[in-house]
Design a protein around this ligand. Sequence first.
Ligand code: CA
Length: 223
Amino acid sequence: MRVLIVEDDPALGPSTANGLELEGFAVDLRSDGDSANAAMVAQKYDAIVLDLGLPGISGEDLLRGWRERSEHTPVLVLTARGFVLDRVRLLNLGADDYLVKPFDLLELSARLRALGRRQGSKDDVMLEFGQLLLSRSEHVAVWSGTRVELTKREYRILDTLLRNRDRVLSRKQLEEALYGWGEEVESNAIEVHVHNLRRKLSRNLIETVRGAGYRLTQNVEPS
Ligand code: CA
């Protein structure tokens, strides 16, 4: 399992990296946001250990930026003792877990393995709905046997509708699934993405339920 540690503390960073290496992880250590982003372009990680108190871009802003550009690598946040950041806020930011310093290395290692297992099982899923197949590892759709490239946001809408296939999802719910916490959303953004999905896949795949929202429908014959 390959882990990126983003921690600027000159003692804690290297000791955590060494400790995790001894636990069998492949580890890269970076001490600021820019070099962390550069490492993530070059390498796919199974999990990221993120210190919130970084020089330059804060850990919070880094995490928000990753989630906004649909970078879903699991993130375990390290917070300083006495630093009050409630769980709801961390989850809103897109963190998957957190530990308060000083932490036990074995605890960190156990939690990272748990995140890796969760991610592994998530990535293998191929969702199916009638003539539609959606690959969660590649973020592409296959419609009637033809591969269809989707933008990240189109993918997220389709993925959210598929996972909630028995429900009608409101525009608000789809916006929440699509955009980061506190991010400005254009009022017609969802309509535009749904329009594009209908154009790329089938015009009847996503049904508009008047006054309620959207749901997937198996009735894909032209009406
Ligand atoms: Ca720090």
